[in-house]
Design a protein around this ligand. Structure first.
Ligand code: NAD
Ligand code: MG
Length: 314
């Protein structure tokens, strides 16, 4: 019976989330191996509807003052990895603007309340990254609200699984490339005009850049492009004191996955193929972004930090 999920699972994730990331703990056991039901959400998916729920660090991320006074823009900051990053940045002392789709307002307001709960400023900037006007206005709006910008996290992403190349439409290919790579280029181009030396750009790529699934041809291609963009731009911006890096997550339990990101039959097995034997939780990604945003990584540029449960990468 994979259709119904174990009622104890929910409390198991919630229970695990009571320990913070700095506690000595076994990574195999830190979170339970979830078995999501074969049930899909419609795109873009909501954290509020995720079954089982995910940990974005609400109770488990402890800040240590590593981003005191910084100002960050996080795209896709309403849910999943972006939400976990926004929460962690605020706990580390940063003000945070988040970009997200208008349909995700419920998730976004939850993240806003968590940022404000840390005594930091939260800025909500809803809009669609396939809309050129929104993409062009995003950085100016974030700057106007935050007063400055020294961290940019390009994290928004579209992932829709398609079984066969013959069924992969031009529209989907265009939309995936527009959201995942074209918007990243546009937003970064505008942001770096305003970012002072010491700033950091962090792009979310994926294990899919190296180990593409047969059902994710368009998505995996954009993630390989993001790695190349990151490594090239890092060299270009190094002399200006702006560091560019990427984080490559493995299978992380976020709304993107049950919102057509995986074939529905694959959901119960999600993440079990990793050496750790379980899917990652969004907050397990946050320390990688904090590290790359903070000045402690001053000599780290053009790097892709893999956070994937142990799957080998090139
Ligand atoms: P998520 O659904 O929580 O986040 C993706 C976000 O992208 C959405 O919340 C949405 O706000 C934003 N987005 C999508 N289309 C948009 C559009 N047209 N306009 C504006 N915003 C849009 O899922 P997530 O897994 O946290 O994804 C975050 C990033 O992590 C993505 O780049 C994804 O490719 C990457 N990633 C995820 C996994 C995983 O297993 N979950 C693995 C590797 C990489
Ligand atoms: Mg979302």
């Amino acid at each position: 019976m994979t259709e119904t999920h174990d009622p104890h699972q929910e409390s198991a994730v919630a229970q695990a989330a009571r320990k913070d990331q700095l506690v000595f703990q076994d990574p195999v056991e830190r979170y339970p191996a979830i078995e999501p039901p074969k049930r899909q959400q419609s795109e873009p998916g909501l954290d509020a509807d995720l079954d089982p729920p995910a940990d974005i660090g609400e109770h488990s991320y402890r800040g240590t003052g590593r981003l005191e006074g910084r100002r960050a823009l996080v795209t896709g900051g309403d849910s999943g990895i972006g939400a976990a990053v926004a929460v962690a940045f605020a706990r580390e002392g940063a003000d945070v603007a988040i970009s997200y789709l208008p349909a995700e307002e419920e998730d976004a307001q939850h993240v806003v309340s968590l940022i404000e709960g840390c005594g930091r400023r939260a800025v909500a900037l809803p809009g669609d990254l396939t809309d050129d006007r929104y993409t062009a206005e995003l950085v100016p709006q974030a700057l106007a609200a935050l007063g400055r910008l020294d961290i940019l996290v390009n994290n928004a992403g579209k992932q829709v699984a398609v079984e066969s190349l013959e069924d992969l439409s031009d529209e989907q290919v265009t939309e995936t490339f527009t959201v995942n790579i074209q918007a990243m280029v546009r937003i970064t181009r505008e942001a770096v005009r305003h970012m002072p030396p010491g700033s950091a750009v962090i792009n979310t790529t994926s294990i899919q850049a190296y180990a593409p699934s047969p059902t994710l041809l368009d998505y995996a291609s954009t993630k390989a492009a993001i790695n190349a963009f990151t490594k090239g731009l890092a060299q270009q911006l190094a002399p200006r004191g702006i560091r560019v890096n990427a984080v490559a997550p493995g299978p992380i339990w976020t709304p993107l996955q049950p919102a057509h990101g995986q074939p529905v039959d694959a959901l119960p097995q999600f993440g079990k193929q990793t050496p750790l034997g379980r899917a990652g939780q969004p907050t397990e990604l946050a320390p990688a972004y904090v590290f790359l945003a903070s000045s402690e990584s001053s000599y780290v540029l053009g790097e892709t930090l893999n956070v994937n449960g142990g799957m080998p990468t090139p």
